[in-house]
Write a protein that binds this ligand. Structure first.
Ligand code: 3PG
Length: 212
């Protein structure tokens, strides 16, 4: 079976902003603010009506941004995010139907997992990079260390409860390629158009990731 997952992402940032946009007009200035802060990837989640329009806007206006669609939980959403311009997708969990859809569409995909059994199931399907979600509730650093012993050939992007306080510790683990979180794009900063604050948050996160 052909697999379309990737084990090493094309973007350089080890920090993935998990973004919920209320207004699609925020998407392009946000993309520029993140790039200015050194982050070249966005996970725009399908949690708001603005998401697909936002993805389309960034894909057109900021082609250097690596554009992921997040919260892709249904088969029908796969083609929609591709049409909008996403170049990869992530999901908080996974299903075989979703795997089939992303493989058929040749869309790079980071499936969500929370248990060793789920990790093994997705590894059998060819995935080597998975999103541990929700990371803190799943056991955080201890869970990732425990998974690394019996399943050393899988890398993770922990998301859910990652913050500037624990980012370095997550990124220091040998089985953590990158980490995601919503702290980089606070709702009030988006609403106020405070792009300078977002650039500052991005710079701080990049600095922490370089120490990790
Ligand atoms: C996600 O969707 O990946 C998480 O909700 C982000 O979690 P956080 O808000 O704890 O960063």
């Amino acid at each position: 079976m052909t697999t379309t997952c990737f084990s090493r992402p094309a973007f350089t940032s080890r920090v993935v902003p998990v973004i919920v946009l209320a207004d699609p007009a925020h998407a392009v200035p946000l993309a520029h603010a993140l790039l200015e802060g050194g982050i070249d990837v966005m996970e725009i989640t399908l949690r708001s009506d603005a998401a697909l329009v936002a993805i389309e806007a960034v894909a057109k206006a900021v082609p250097q941004m690596h554009l992921g669609a997040g919260t892709v939980t249904r088969v029908a959403e796969v083609q929609r995010v591709i049409d909008a311009g996403a170049t990869f997708a992530l999901s908080p969990g996974c299903s075989d139907a979703l795997v089939e859809a992303v493989q058929t569409a040749q869309l790079p995909f980071i499936p969500g997992v929370m248990t060793p059994g789920e990790v093994m199931q997705r590894r059998e399907q060819g995935f080597r990079l998975m999103k541990l979600f929700p990371a803190q509730q799943a056991g955080g650093l201890g869970m990732l260390k425990a998974l690394g012993a019996p399943i050393p050939d899988v890398q993770f992007c922990p998301t859910g409860g990652v913050s500037p306080e624990n980012l370095r510790d997550f990124l220091a683990l040998p089985n953590v390629t990158m980490a995601g979180g919503s702290w980089l794009t606070p709702a009030d900063a988006l609403q106020q158009g405070d792009w300078a604050r977002i650039t500052r948050l991005a710079r701080e996160a990049v600095a922490l990731s370089l120490l990790g």
